[in-house]
Ligand binder design. Sequence first.
Ligand SMILES: O=C(O)C[C@@H](O)[C@H](O)C(=O)CO
Length: 271
Amino acid sequence: MSELIVPAKQQPDADGNVIEVTPESAGWQYVGFQVYRLGPGQTLFRQTEQLEVCLVLLSGRGNVSTSKSQWLNIGERMNVFEQKPPFSIYVPNSDFFEFQAITEVELALCSAPGHGTYEARLIAPEHVGIETRGSGNTERRIHNILPEQEQADSLLVVEVFTPNGHWSSYPPHKHDRDSLPDESLLEETYYYHVQPEQGFAIQRVYTDDESLDEILAVKDGQTVLVPKGYHPVSAPPGYDVYYLNVMAGPTRTWRFYNDPNHEWLMPKTTN
Ligand SMILES: O=C(O)C[C@@H](O)[C@H](O)C(=O)CO
């Protein structure tokens, strides 16, 4: 299997963890990503230490507390493919959180370096920006959970629904040069669900010189690491594809660069 794919553990460990990506395991500097599957009544406690965290309640309901705040009985969707925007909690560094599951829960823990600038807060579904991007067979639904217009020190978090037979993250773009204002350097993880779950998504990750050029068949529950390069996604006919993206880098801004070979596919802007 490609080193860019992080498979889920066969069984959750004692804490409920099924996916663990750290900067050390990914060989990069900023993004951390974990997924937990919790049963009713199960709790997860973490000190955030030097990291800011965005907890995304992928499915299920739970109670969350931090040092100063508490949110009870949050969560609505029971499956990501319901396409309702999720409940999320932003937790700054030097804080803690305790998550208690009320139902079966799938919880994503997105992390990156924090500087203590902001308070813990709830990102309720009505605060998630919903966008339809692309048209025809590139149309997809975007949930902007923690975009750059919203407060955080490093993290950018977004989820994307690609209907079967469609493409997303398309035309291909990259963000691997710290060269603002033209391009920002952002590491990125893709956490996938596929419906029905025996399906797969295809993701190509490639650089201009093709020293990196991988075509990945990604299964439900797997994570893809995008350390650099262009990274388009295709959902095969019959299989709807969901992914959660976490991005972070030296500057918190998403400035991408389109592959010049495919830029002609960009929608035309009208004056
Ligand atoms: O446009 C999309 O389909 C999603 C992408 O923007 C995705 O979030 C990404 O590649 C971010 O760099």
